[in-house]
Design a protein around this ligand. Structure first.
Ligand code: GLU
Length: 505
């Protein structure tokens, strides 16, 4: 086992947009694979035609690509173990269904949905298992000739696993440890349906993990009773020796910690639960995505990595390379991880700070353009440098810094009342004269000169600075005054001050 090349897979069902919990599962698989120099496979588990949603597969691939979670093999990547879409592997599964049947590890059942419903109504907590199967219409109960006749006549059937009662089933899980389950609690799960000639998830999943030489199954959320059933299936197929190791990840919980995170929590609290925006092909409903909401992919990756895992110390900021180095299944928690989306914003802020101003400027340019601003890249870069500390999202730069690009038209009323004094007009007129002759129009020099003029005149420093800020920004916010004047330049600074005098005097 230990000599085998590490191979893991992400095996989503294309039943809709990939949930953020699924993204975390993919990420952990990726980190594990890369750390061990192994392969990461994308398998699409589309055996449930009822739940198939067009566009979901493409969405999954695009989402993980955006986040930099890369596959070595699988749907849309190729490889030696394909096809990687389960719907294209019918013939492969049929062989193993037949093997289980001929070995007596599975049986054919003809019970219709109506018959099963009736049974459930008659018997409280009905379970299709060793205690009830002889009361049902299946190949264990019926004569062989009768079974043959029904199949020949085209009667629909399913194949069920035959679980032997009262056996100890041991599941070794890298995160949850060793769990022993009595097989009597398990039911004879359906493995195959004649109606669509496809296996169900349980069988297809195991057959593919085996044939694709998967060494570690790191899966999200689902845990009991699937894991013991899977162990029994490996046993039934004679593959127990090469069974992969299991690691079942902790649940992602609601921000309040009570129960599983759902799409509704996102709607309720205003944060995305999907990586990319998703338009429901049936209803046309739009669900928001991290990408469109302005999150940086690096921030999302870092945030998700820490939902259920920690590096063993209190380091929080880790890029993909560091995550690959540090990731360790034994540091995954067993208990659920609260989805703290405020922390997600914090990560985004941190990654904006870490990025070069030039890069942030490039992200800000289209937002400026959308607001009708044509600005020079160097100037945008300079503004970003002054303002990025104040934002969690690049788009917030517009709220914080639009005055660098567009002169104020109106002046915030409250600020005017508080900050524009009786003598502000005359004092700012004098200030304009000081600024006019100031050369160079730099930050420190201009500040020094203005301050010494104020001192010499015996004016109130705070009052003049506040009124000037109002003139330049239109309200009481913004960075250091002389950072603003230097960026705007002499002409524009003077123009804004003069206009405020004209309007407010
Ligand atoms: N298709 C399953 C799902 O999307 C895969 C679970 C697994 O990783 O085995 O839940």
């Amino acid at each position: 086992m230990s000599q085998r090349k590490i191979r893991v897979r992400f095996a989503p069902s294309p039943t809709g947009p990939l949930h953020i919990g699924g993204v975390r599962t993919a990420l952990y698989n990726y980190l594990f694979a890369k750390q061990h120099g192994g392969d990461f496979v994308l398998r699409i588990e589309d055996t449930d035609s009822q739940r198939f949603v067009p566009g979901a597969e493409k969405y999954i691939i695009e989402s993980l690509d955006w986040l930099g979670i890369r596959f070595d093999e699988g749907v849309s990547f190729g490889g030696n173990y394909g096809p990687y879409r389960q719907s294209e592997r019918r013939a492969i599964y049929k062989e193993y269904v037949d093997q289980l049947l001929s070995d007596g590890k599975a049986y054919i059942a003809f019970d219709t949905p109506e018959e099963l419903d009736k049974k459930r109504q008659e018997t409280a907590n009905f379970q299709y298992d060793a205690s009830t199967r002889m009361q049902m219409r299946n190949s264990l109960k019926l004569e062989e000739s009768e079974v043959e006749r029904l199949v020949k006549e085209g009667c629909q059937y399913v194949v069920r696993i035959k679980i032997e009662p009262d056996e100890e089933v041991v599941v070794n899980d890298l995160i949850r440890g060793k769990v022993t389950i009595n097989s009597s609690v398990l039911d004879d799960k359906v493995l195959y349906k004649s109606a669509d000639q496809l296996p169900t998830y349980h069988l297809a999943n195991i057959v593919d993990d085996h044939l694709m030489k998967i060494t570690h199954v790191i899966r999200g959320e689902e845990w009991l009773p699937s894991a013991p059933l899977h162990v029994l299936l490996y046993r039934g197929l004679g593959w127990e020796e090469s069974m992969p190791e299991f690691a079942h990840l902790p649940l992602l919980l609601k921000p309040e910690g009570n129960g599983k995170l759902s799409k509704r929590d996102g709607d309720r609290l205003g944060f995305p639960v999907f990586p990319l925006e998703w338009k429901d092909p049936q209803t046309g409903d739009i669900s928001s995505g991290y990408r469109e909401s302005g999150y940086l992919p690096e921030a999302v990756v870092n945030f998700l990595a820490l939902l259920g895992w920690n590096p063993g110390d209190d380091q929080e900021i880790m890029n993909m390379v560091e995550l690959i180095q540090k990731f360790d299944l034994s540091h995954c928690s067993r208990s659920g991880a609260k989805f703290d989306y405020e922390k997600g914003k914090w990560f985004n802020h941190q990654y904006i700070l870490k990025k070069e101003n030039k890069e942030v400027a490039t992200l800000f340019m289209p937002i400026l353009k959308a607001n009708g601003v044509k600005a020079n890249e160097d100037y945008v870069e300079k503004v970003v440098g002054m303002m990025k500390e104040r934002v969690s999202f690049v788009k917030e730069l517009w709220d914080q810094a639009s005055f660098f690009f567009v002169a104020p038209e109106n002046y915030d009323e409250k600020t005017v009342k508080k900050r524009w004094k009786e003598n502000s007009s005359s004092q700012l007129s004098e200030l304009i004269e000081v600024l006019k002759v100031r050369e160079p129009f730099d930050i420190e020099g201009t500040e020094e000169e203005v301050k010494s003029w104020i001192e010499q005149k015996g004016y109130h420093l705070g009052n003049i600075m506040n009124a000037t800020r109002l003139a330049l920004v239109g309200e009481g916010k913004g960075p250091h005054i002389f950072d603003i004047t230097e960026a705007l330049g002499k002409e524009e600074s003077i123009r804004r001050i003069q206009r405020a005098i004209d309007v407010l005097k």
